[in-house]
Design a protein around this ligand. Structure first.
Ligand code: HEC
Ligand code: HEC
Ligand code: HEC
Ligand code: HEC
Ligand code: HEC
Ligand code: HEC
Ligand code: HEC
Length: 339
């Protein structure tokens, strides 16, 4: 019996597999190459293809200064080119802006055209900015978001009651990064982290918080000491699950209530009638019901256990392991048959 001839099919399969992996890796990396046409002065290569956005070229006139940590201009008196450090709060990330809700906008749709001149005129600082409702109110196209109802809930919230004028929708919906998640993102965990970061950006940031109040920022970890596995809870549920009054008609509750009304009982979530079905999983569950019928929707997936983990990475890894197992079995069988 010739041993070499027996082992050949296995080698062929292995070499093919390696070639396939290599080709896949190459295709993956060529996806990441930045757009060549517009070459902004960035420190890191861009992930976003700026040529896809009709206003990108014009926005570069602002982003050449506001898009990185330094900017240059010609001093009109000395005629010298000066390089200065940009204030970190005024630096914007293109990759994040161009996936946000308002990615198709020009900077000057929301900001005065007068910003085109530098140094910017001092009175521009006083410019009033349009609010969400100014553009979205009473518009059929956005009816599904229920802007009017959100506005009313927000007006009744602790934030609005205690700070009225200074606390606007923009405080939670960063003008340059806000992107809808809860109704579009399939990965529940990402939505939880995204939504919680909105709150933590202020409640976890001394400087941002102190812009609004002279009261010292409470230590969140201490204030939630009664909750076991804090880290796990903060990544598996949203702050608003415990802190906002949930309404059936809204995908995301906006009525943040005072701390005395926050959910504290474990059974509120850790039970068959978990409030999470009506809040965190509301969108997923209602979509499922629409697609598969009531019974199925409630008896499978989201409805049977709290904290579904729809991790794509895990799915892919298990697929790869499954594929490899089949392959090993095939090679083994091939060798046996030859023998
Ligand atoms: C030459 C660099 C440069 C360019 C170009 C530039 N900016 Fe600025 N911008 C700055 C600097 C520096 C500041 C902070 C100092 C100040 O407020 O003048 C600033 C401040 C701002 C502020 C904050 C003002 C405040 O304090 O409230 C806004 C908003 C702004 N710029 C928008 C724009 C827009 C929109 C464009 C494009 C139309 C633009 N900028 C173009 C350098 C630039
Ligand atoms: C959808 C409207 C909108 C668009 C589009 C927009 N901005 Fe803004 N921008 C705002 C609002 C509102 C604020 C004030 C945020 C606040 O008060 O917290 C702001 C604030 C700023 C500031 C001050 C720093 C800060 O974050 O508070 C700068 C600088 C700025 N914008 C630059 C730009 C540039 C450059 C672009 C274009 C790439 C742009 N903006 C596009 C609405 C917008
Ligand atoms: C200057 C007018 C203007 C302001 C102010 C404004 N928007 Fe928009 N918004 C628009 C327009 C126009 C679109 C549609 C953009 C598109 O289709 O590319 C949009 C899109 C959206 C979308 C839909 C995204 C999608 O993919 O369906 C949401 C949600 C949204 N805005 C929320 C807000 C919120 C929240 C605020 C306030 C924090 C706000 N907008 C402020 C004009 C505005
Ligand atoms: C205390 C923080 C906070 C404030 C203030 C706030 N929002 Fe929100 N909003 C959120 C969070 C968190 C989400 C969930 C984001 C996601 O996952 O899509 C959200 C989502 C939304 C959505 C998308 C809802 C959907 O059906 O998909 C809209 C529209 C919206 N907010 C409008 C507003 C308007 C208008 C205001 C001001 C009247 C406002 N928000 C003020 C935190 C806030
Ligand atoms: C499991 C429910 C639950 C979750 C999740 C939760 N909280 Fe709380 N939180 C509470 C309760 C209950 C209190 C009241 C504690 C007290 O009065 O001693 C509280 C208190 C607070 C307070 C008031 C602190 C003070 O004493 O002034 C803030 C602010 C707060 N939480 C923010 C958050 C933020 C931000 C998140 C998300 C990262 C979050 N919470 C997640 C239940 C929760
Ligand atoms: C821009 C900053 C900012 C953001 C963003 C923000 N908050 Fe607050 N929040 C405050 C300030 C300031 C107070 C203190 C109000 C006071 O007592 O003066 C507060 C108070 C609270 C309180 C305590 C109310 C009480 O009874 O004393 C809760 C609960 C709370 N926030 C929850 C949230 C949640 C949940 C989110 C996210 C959906 C959020 N906050 C986002 C600034 C913020
Ligand atoms: C707002 C809803 C909510 C409330 C209230 C709540 N939990 Fe949880 N809890 C969750 C979710 C969601 C998970 C994650 C479940 C999973 O991993 O599948 C969790 C996980 C846990 C875990 C497991 C942690 C881990 O790391 O695996 C324990 C223990 C726990 N909770 C105890 C409690 C106790 C005790 C209380 C009351 C003091 C409480 N929970 C209140 C939603 C909640």
């Amino acid at each position: 019996m010739n041993y070499k001839a027996n082992i050949r099919p296995a080698w062929v399969v292995l070499v093919l597999l390696m070639l396939f992996t290599l080709a896949f890796a190459l295709v993956k990396t060529s996806d990441d190459t930045p757009a060549a046409k517009i070459q902004p002065e960035t420190e890191k290569p861009l992930k976003v293809d700026l040529t896809k956005f009709k206003n990108a070229q014009e926005n570069e006139t602002c982003l050449k200064c506001h898009g990185q940590s330094k900017y240059t201009y010609e001093n009109p008196e000395s005629k010298k080119t000066v390089t200065k450090r940009m204030y970190s709060e005024l630096v914007m990330n293109r990759d994040v802006f161009y996936v946000s809700n308002h990615r198709e906008f020009k900077c000057t749709d929301c900001h005065s055209e007068d910003y085109a001149t530098f140094p910017h005129a001092g009175n521009l600082r006083m410019e009033t900015k349009a609010n969400c409702i100014d553009c979205h109110g009473g518009d059929e196209k956005y009816a599904k978001f229920k802007f009017e109802q959100i506005e009313a809930e927000f007006q009744a919230s602790v934030h609005s009651e205690k700070h009225s004028e200074d606390f606007t929708c923009w405080m939670c919906h960063d003008a340059h990064t806000y992107k809808i998640n809860a109704r579009t993102n399939e990965v529940l965990k990402e939505t939880i982290v995204y939504d919680n970061m909105i709150c933590l950006n202020c409640h976890g940031d001394f400087k941002n918080y102190q812009l609004l109040t002279t009261k010292l920022k409470p230590n969140l970890l201490k204030k939630h000491e009664w909750l076991p596995n804090q880290a796990s809870h903060f990544t598996h549920v949203r702050c608003i699950e415990c802190h906002a009054k949930n309404e059936d008609t809204l995908v995301v509750a906006h009525h943040v209530v005072s701390k005395s009304q926050a959910v504290r009982k474990c059974e509120s979530c850790h039970s068959k009638n978990s409030i999470l079905y009506a809040s965190l999983y509301k969108y997923q569950v209602s979509e499922k019901i629409q697609k598969e019928g009531v019974l199925k929707g409630l008896l499978t997936g989201e409805a049977t256990s709290i904290g579904p983990d729809k991790s794509n990475t895990l799915n892919i890894i298990s697929l790869i392991i499954f594929g490899l197992t089949i392959l090993v079995i095939m090679i083994h069988a091939a060798l046996r048959i030859k023998k």
